[in-house]
Design a protein. Sequence first.
Length: 327
Amino acid sequence: MINLSANYMGINLKNPIIVSSCSLSHSAEGVKRLADAGAGAVVLKSMFEEQILADVNKLELESSAMAHPEEIDYLRQMGMSQKSDEYLKIIEKSKETVDIPVIASVNCISDSSWTDYAKYIEAVGADALELNIALMPKDPKEDPNVIEKKIFKIIEVVKHNINIPVAVKLGPYFTSMTRVAEGIRKSGASGLVLFNRFYQPDIDIDTFEFQSKNRYSSPSEMSHSLRWIAILFEKFGGSLVGNTGIHDGEAVVKQLLAGASAVELCSALYINGLGQIEVMLSFLEKWMRKNGYRDIDEFRGKISQKNALQPEYFERQQYIRALVGVD
Ligand SMILES: Cc1cc2nc3c(=O)[nH]c(=O)nc-3n(C[C@H](O)[C@H](O)[C@H](O)COP(=O)(O)O)c2cc1C
């Protein structure tokens, strides 16, 4: 018997495929469809910190000093007009409807009073909270240490408010990913989702406007997360989750080999339909059978930097060899 179950931040998943935060998980009905399609867990569509504050303070989102123009555009495009109490109802109803873990998500940039809302998220039964910490520093005078500390402080404040596990979903742009990961773990996060895929801007040369492009990822975007999962395996100390560019069963196997506890994905479902979850699980099962594995833990992290048969693949020498002499 092949056992596909996985452990994510101490939560038991029947399989390692988590549907990442997106409009497919925007309602309890959507969550049910994803659970019926075989997902191991679902991350709900994010509430934005600004939405929570706007609700609490009765501020207009668009006049909020904190709102970044790109975020407002993102909210409009993604139809995110949700109220914070409605979000809690979605969590509650999803938990009544499905028997897989339901992970709430907040996209945040500060440790302001929105963090009190995390208590309600826990109270209505979310199994975990994913923080999409989306700082986009643009001030050249801003000290990188101060920026990192902002991330850590958000986690500390949220963790102080709740007992359910907290995962952090990060973008890929840091001077030292290992240092940031260590700080995130020390601040109380049990999971690290690598990597968030940022809004992809483009310019329409006829209307002279910014617009979003390539809403869905492509499989070629997975290498970055594969590298950092492999490097951070057993260094982070919590659960690592691969995200961005995971479109098929082979990609799931690769992420697990690198050391991921689970994967998060959504583009593959928008492109291929929800049936893709079963296609991926069936590939994983066949691959495990072919290679004589009964449990994911028997091969998880086998190709990480720690266990790699070829550790040189993580070294600069390999990088030089790969590039020098290629015209
Ligand atoms: C339509 C759509 C809506 C999304 N909404 C959110 C969101 O609300 N919060 C979030 O953290 N990520 C959001 N994402 C990003 C995904 O969760 C995921 O991180 C990203 O798409 C990369 O994974 P993929 O390659 O499987 O698509 C969204 C993505 C899409 C395509």
